[in-house]
Design a protein around this ligand. Structure first.
Ligand SMILES: [Zn+2]
Length: 417
């Protein structure tokens, strides 16, 4: 039955080569966003293979299977970009930067692919641009429309592109944040973006940068929604093959390490000097270090084993645990750490759409943050560890008893209060 809900990826998603070699295999894992209404359903939730393959031809890293997008996003997708303060600030800075850098004005239409709750477009709108969002997830799209950020609640398909061309014409600036690794037919999406853009206009997208993941060991951005684990080299060949000029790659620290890629629809689908310089630097990084890549796998497994032992030791010594935050990655961390509800009785969340639901496979309930004050746990594992500073600051105002906060990644850390 499960085979109907996913397909094995047999050709490289960027260069179509059939020569794919497994890089890391996490076994079968539940879908990180498959939060359920009741515990019974949660305990029965389906698991899917989670393996990253590497293309022997272009070196692109990618998942070994693709789960049916209807299954992945349709009903239970509850991520809202407006929730994390530091990410909102990043999007605001980004909009200000792009507005100046690309000399945008009130005449211009800015399109955001995977616009979520409209957080990024809101900043472009405040700067005076016309905006349009596209997102297949219903809850965030509804929020955006309610906040007067026009958003089409659909997948970015060829028919939608034709509809936009008829209704709005070609677009002046296209952007996208942490979405393009989610896309099923990446070839078609980039061709459609090319078609939608005006000549000499820019498409700027941000994606997780895999060398940062490798460097920091933050493997927990591996989940079924993320089909691609990008670095610049395979991406550059792919983008020029579509017809884009690759203007620049800029690395930043957002979400554990991201790559901002600037491309232009021009008559000259080449690499700029600055893009070539980046590629040269990348070719000397860990992404080409075979020894490092080979040991990465066992390092991850050792660090999760140690996380498991430390948490279990706390519980076995009589301490009461809890968790904070249910990002997609929480499911993988729990599964690799073999932590059942016995060890983490509940996890609290700020996102109302997740409260009251249960995590897949473990059946751990998601409760409001106020529950911390009721249960008074002795330790709290921060699953949304990339927002650990924001969360610890918030918790320090709530917790008045002896409690330790555990940050599982990038390196296990305990902060005591
Ligand atoms: Zn390839």
């Amino acid at each position: 039955m499960q085979e109907n809900n996913f397909v094995r990826i047999k050709n490289c998603r960027l260069c179509k080569s059939e020569k794919l070699t497994p890089f890391i295999d996490f076994g079968k894992v539940s879908l990180g966003n498959d939060l359920q209404e009741n515990k019974k359903k949660a305990l029965e939730s389906e698991k899917y293979p989670l393996v990253i393959n590497k293309c022997n031809f272009c070196d692109h890293f990618q998942l070994g299977v693709s789960v049916n997008p209807q299954k992945l996003y349709a009903t239970n997708y509850t991520y809202l970009s407006g929730i994390g303060n530091s990410f909102v600030k990043h999007l605001e800075n980004y909009a200000n930067w792009a507005f100046k850098e690309f000399q945008l004005s009130s005449e211009n239409l800015v399109l955001d692919i995977g616009s979520n709750d409209g957080t990024c477009l809101k900043f472009f709108k405040n700067l005076g641009c016309r905006v349009l969002g596209i997102d297949p997830a219903k809850i965030p799209s509804d929020i955006a429309n309610k906040n007067k950020i026009p958003t089409i609640n659909e997948f970015f398909s060829s028919s939608l592109v034709d509809k936009i061309l008829i209704e709005y014409g070609q677009v002046d600036f296209i952007t996208s944040h942490n979405v393009l690794a989610h896309i099923e037919d990446i070839d078609l999406v980039f061709k459609n973006i090319y078609k939608l853009l005006k000549i000499n206009s820019y498409f700027v997208f941000e994606i997780g940068y895999f060398p940062s993941v490798l460097k920091t060991g933050c493997f927990d951005t591996t989940y079924h929604e993320h089909l691609d684990y990008h670095h610049a080299k395979p991406l550059a060949s792919f983008l020029t093959s579509i017809g884009f000029e690759v203007v620049d790659f800029i690395e930043n620290k957002v979400q554990g390490g991201s790559l901002r890629t600037i491309v232009k629809k021009s008559q000259n689908p080449n690499l700029s000097i600055s893009a070539m310089r980046f590629l040269e630097k990348e070719s000397r990084s860990i992404i080409t270090n075979t020894e490092f890549l080979n040991s990465w796998n066992s390092n991850i497994k050792d660090s999760m084993k140690s996380f498991e032992q430390k948490v279990k030791k706390l519980v076995n010594s009589g301490l009461k645990g809890a968790g904070y935050g249910v990002p997609t990655k929480a499911t993988l961390i729990l599964e690799l750490g073999k932590l059942s509800q016995h060890f983490i009785p509940f996890i609290v969340e700020d996102n109302n759409n997740k409260i009251g639901r249960f995590l897949p496979s473990t059946g751990i309930p998601i409760l409001p943050v106020s529950e911390i004050n009721v249960q008074k746990p002795d330790f709290i594992v921060i699953f949304a560890w990339n927002f650990a500073d924001d969360i610890i600051e918030k918790l320090s105002r709530i917790v008045s008893w002896k409690c330790r906060f555990i940050i599982p990644l990038p390196e296990y850390k305990e902060v005591s209060f």
